[in-house]
Design a binder for this molecule. Structure first.
Ligand code: NDP
Length: 489
């Protein structure tokens, strides 16, 4: 069956092109999928526009839209194993991690389903004249282009699709060209759940080819994008001429600040997970470790021990604890960052190369790497390497810790580890990031907003604001007893 989904029909790419999807763990062919071109993107936008302007979905009562999201959550739970396997083959991620992701995807649909069904967003405005009925109602934004990355393919997609549909929008989804399969499967489940034709559309293909028209087309009202900073800037510029609503989640260079009074064992353990989870391909990865001077040597020694113990392997290797990077190109980029760090004076404590294990030779693996004695001006400290690379900086006191933590163009997430609750609160409130963890790293819940400050982007996903992102407020004022005003009399 073809893989593009346009106006309720599964269709092949107009140009007849196909793309081979290969598993990053061993290069094995997963499948060949349809590769859309600009004409397919245009057809998908037309279908979404038509479904918005004259289809039933935007006019479906909120309670029913919420019900559809809940049914989708049920189907995702029913088919969790199939989804997890597909996600692992596309990303190379361990099966157990993909299974966790699928739980989170279902939870996301379920949470937004309940939120939408509960309604209650509209309100009556208390106006001064008594013969007026003034109300603020909320309407869907319109046609949304949803553009998602390869690191958490279906999870990032669910953060956009669930609220966009819940709010009554129609959309065109473009997943990363590298990881299309779970997006294809999601379209099938939305159809099974009863979504009307044209409300959900899917094009597969390269960002520069099918992503660009989705951000420029005047028939699109909103672009929601998760991915790299450079692409985010391009998308914002592409959306400017037609003044589209834009939401951007552009990753981070997230500080993990450890004071000397932190719970040592837990802080070490989380410092390793913060950066090495999914081989560092996480927008909120704790890639910058800031350690208080007196704790530095002992702490780094323990983190290095943990890093060296991480066993790499493919999705179905039950002994593996981390997988490959997504592509050869990305592996080379990570290598270049480490080389730049060493050239600029960082000290290599572990890793710094591809693994020697011949069993891993066909995958895009890179050893968990710790670069010590780093300084804020180094490229590897400033840029998001998006790989298993931890940079370590020292600080003397709270003032310096906050200054270093905020010394980045990004502002997605950060953590502070300390036994002093007052200090934890002070540092958390001064950290310029959309999420701050105290004595923890990485947890998020669908009930709480997620998003960035500074160049990590704007707009929020998840939480009530994640739904509001896809709604427009409209004020309706009804004069109940119109009579001449005689302003010009
Ligand atoms: P990109 O930002 O290039 O890609 C993300 C999505 O945008 C993909 O679907 C991509 O398509 C699409 N895209 C690319 N160019 C355009 C464009 N001009 N207009 C519209 N859509 C476009 O991320 P990469 O995959 O190249 O990764 C680059 C870096 O981004 C990573 O190294 C990492 O630093 C960061 N990143 C951050 C993520 C986050 O969660 N914040 C997630 C992933 C990456 P396609 O890839 O199919 O060509």
């Amino acid at each position: 069956m073809p893989e593009l989904f346009i106006g309720g029909t599964w269709t092949a790419a107009a140009g007849g092109r196909k793309r081979e999807i290969r598993c990053p763990a061993d290069g094995a062919l997963v499948a060949s999928v349809d590769e859309a071109g600009p004409e397919d993107a245009s057809a998908a936008v037309a279908a979404a526009r038509d479904a918005y302007d004259s289809g039933p979905w935007p006019r479906t009562p909120a309670a029913e839209r919420g019900e559809l999201l809940l049914r989708t959550a049920d189907l995702l739970e029913r088919d969790k194993a199939e989804f997890a396997r597909a996600e692992s083959l596309d990303t190379g991620k361990r099966l157990v991690e993909s299974a966790y992701d699928m739980d989170d995807v279902a939870k996301c649909f379920r949470w937004f389903g309940h939120l939408v069904a509960a309604g209650g967003h509209d309100r009556v405005v208390d106006t001064a004249p008594p013969d007026v009925d003034s109300r603020v109602v909320h309407e869907p934004v319109g046609v949304c282009s949803l553009i998602t990355p390869w690191n958490y393919p279906l999870l990032q997609t669910s953060w956009k699709v669930a609220p966009a549909l819940g709010a009554g929008n129609t959309f065109v989804l473009k997943p990363s060209e590298l990881t299309p399969h779970t997006a294809v499967m999601l379209m099938r489940r939305l159809t099974e759940a009863g979504l009307p034709e044209g409300a959900a559309n899917l094009v597969l293909g390269a960002g520069g080819v099918v992503g660009v028209p989705l951000t420029e087309d005047p028939r699109v009202d909103m672009v929601s994008f998760t991915g790299g900073l450079v692409t985010g800037r391009r998308i914002m510029a592409a959306a400017a001429p037609t003044v589209k609503k834009v939401a951007l989640e552009l990753g981070g260079k997230n500080p993990n600040v450890v004071f000397s009074d932190a719970a040592f064992e837990a802080a070490v353990d989380y410092a390793a997970t913060a950066v090495f989870l999914h081989s560092g391909q996480v927008c909120s990865a704790g890639a910058r470790l800031l350690v208080q001077e007196e704790l530095h040597d002992a702490f780094v020694a323990e983190v290095v021990e943990q890093a060296e113990s991480i066993r790499l392997g493919g999705p179905f290797d039950e002994n593996a604890r981390a997988g490959p990077l997504i592509s050869a190109e990305h592996l080379e980029k990570v290598e270049a960052y480490v080389e730049a760090g060493l050239a600029e004076g960082a000290v290599l404590r572990c890793g710094g190369s591809r693994p020697g294990d011949p069993e891993l030779a066909d995958g895009f693996y890179y050893l968990p790497t710790v670069l010590d004695e780093c300084t804020p001006d180094m490229t590897v400290v400033r840029d998001e390497s998006f790989g298993p690379v931890l940079t370590v900086e020292r600080f003397r006191d709270e003032e310096e810790a906050v200054a270093l933590a905020n010394d980045t163009v990004y502002g997605l997430a950060g953590a502070v580890w300390t036994g002093d609750p007052a200090r934890a609160d002070r540092v958390a409130s001064r950290m310029r990031a959309g999420t701050v963890w105290i004595n923890d790293f990485h947890p998020y819940v669908p009930q709480a907003e997620w998003g960035g400050m500074k160049q990590s982007g704007f707009g929020r996903e998840l939480g009530p604001a994640g739904l509001a992102e896809y709604l427009e407020a409209k004020h309706i004022w009804r004069n109940l007893s119109p009579s001449p005003q005689r302003w010009f009399a």
